[in-house]
Write a protein that binds this ligand. Structure first.
Ligand code: DC
Length: 223
């Protein structure tokens, strides 16, 4: 029997690092839904559509064919057939993704794809609305968070390690803005599902968070 683990939380809480490791440990598939919104954002940027232009976003998203493949266990996002993994991890695409993801047509399209992916295989899926909208019946839902200062510091370290120059205060400001937009949008805002377990990673390292979630899975006889 396949099962699902839903992981939601704000930007920079460590969702993808943690979900990816848990997928390996439990031998299930990791689905990064943020990458799908990022691919859609990239498509809008490439087509020079402004983030405020909701009419054009609603129209244009129908031309974006977004699919997921797994190569050597890694999720590869294809935008109209092209592997865009290398193009979607910038702050600019992340900010555009947050803006594009308020759009109803975009969400309908991507949620459908996510639900299809979880139908036949066991998955750990991370995002903002997985426990509340995409997989409301998931047997384990985790809401993973950390303070904005800790999240900004982690993002800063990640970007500087990649050689991108950045400003810590600006990153924290962007995180606060993005949280606000993700939590107050009309459709599927980021919020903790009623039956989700809150895990605060501010004072925990990656291994401690992984162990916490694996224990929660075992308690539910998953994996
Ligand atoms: O997790 P991330 O930073 O890659 O996500 C980028 C943006 O996509 C995020 O600001 C909000 C949006 N998103 C969403 O609305 N719903 C999801 N399930 C995943 C991401």
């Amino acid at each position: 029997m396949s099962y699902q683990i839903a992981v939601d939380g704000p930007a920079g809480a460590g969702k993808s690092t943690i979900a990816k490791s848990i997928a390996k440990r439990l031998g299930i598939v990791y689905v990064d839904t943020g990458a799908m919104y990022r691919a859609m954002a990239l498509f809008m940027i490439q087509n020079r559509i402004a983030k405020e232009d909701s009419v054009q976003i609603s129209k244009k998203c129908k031309e974006a064919d977004i699919t997921i493949e797994y190569r050597d266990g890694e999720q590869v996002v294809l935008l109209n057939g092209e592997n865009v993994n290398g193009l979607i991890r910038t702050e600019a695409v992340g900010n555009m993704a947050s803006a594009v993801s308020v759009n109803k047509e975009v969400r309908i399209k991507l949620v459908e794809l996510q639900q299809k992916l979880a139908q036949t295989t066991s998955v750990i899926m991370d995002g903002r609305d997985i426990g509340t909208v995409v997989l409301p019946d998931a047997p384990l839902k985790v809401y993973l968070t950390a303070s904005s200062a800790v999240r900004a510091r982690r993002r800063y370290d990640e970007l500087t390690a990649k050689g991108e120059s950045c400003d810590l205060n600006k990153i924290e400001q962007d995180i606060i803005e993005r949280d606000h937009r993700d939590m107050t949008r009309e459709i599927s805002p980021l919020k903790q599902a009623e039956d989700a377990i809150l895990v605060d990673s501010s004072d925990k390292n990656v291994e401690e968070v992984i162990d916490t979630i694996i224990s929660l899975a075992k308690e539910r006889n998953l994996g």
